[in-house]
Ligand binder design. Sequence first.
Ligand SMILES: C[S@@+](CC[C@H](N)C(=O)[O-])C[C@H]1O[C@@H](n2cnc3c(N)ncnc32)[C@H](O)[C@@H]1O
Length: 302
Amino acid sequence: MFSKDGTAQGVAKQRLIESLAPADTRVIYDPYAENFVLGARLIKLMGHKLSVALTNKFAPGFHQHLIARTRYIDELVEKTAAQGVEQYVILGAGYDTRAHRLTLPSSLTVWEVDQPEVQTIKRAKLAKAQAPSATSAQIHYVSIDFNHQCLSEQLLAAGFDTRKSTLFTLEGVSQYITKETFASTLQEIAALTQNTTATFIFSYVDALLRTDPERCFGKGYPKAKRRAEMVMGLAAKVGEPWISLYTEEALVELLAEHGFSVQENKTLDDLNAVYFSPVGRTLAENQIFKLEHFVAATSKKA
Ligand SMILES: C[S@@+](CC[C@H](N)C(=O)[O-])C[C@H]1O[C@@H](n2cnc3c(N)ncnc32)[C@H](O)[C@@H]1O
């Protein structure tokens, strides 16, 4: 019943909503998000405030959580690129438009990796919107089903250079793929970059969401357990259930097995004061939603 881009659209929708905020209060700006969202016209008519209020009726802080995730990764991508990383691979890119909207060095080579159905829609929409690439080169689109295809084979066939330093991002994807697939993807990233430096930025859903959901929310958050079930239920309903949740310890161990060490691990709780307070939008403790963690890891050579 649902096309494969259900969750990619869901994230693009929140980016569209955030982009409707006045320039001096918005936390991210994605001028292309509207192209991917069913009902974008209605959302634009409702505007930022009402759209955020409606989203947060479903789960307070849900909008801010997704926007903090995007902003956090945006900043790290721009920083890593400015420091001279040569290649950037966006894993499970969906309707992420970093390759078009961020300030990136013109020499950076970008690969976007996702399911072919999602990429076809994305490419058609971006062509229609005449979205220029943020770098001087064409973006390489590599199609994959992480669960059944080999990342390195697909990337190497598309011209990935194993000698060049590389940044990988995996935003909002780890919950949709099996733990075995996540581990093998990490193994492939390590193998692809064994002769160079690598940075891996990703998000993961806290295992506490199932075992002790109250701890994934700020103090006094209304009906935390019920909301946790609703959020997971919604993903399942659009045909993309959350099958893999992680503890921090398990991830640190897994990353270490493949030569990566965690540099940062953040949640909305950490980023509220950094992104929302400066624009007068501080979330109260009882609106904090920290089901996902945002992690930056580097390989030992980096
Ligand atoms: C929630 S969306 C996030 C998209 C994007 N990273 C963002 O933050 O806007 C999840 C993405 O993972 C992709 N995905 C999920 N399972 C996948 C699989 N087995 N193989 C390839 N891509 C997959 C989906 O197509 C979708 O684009």
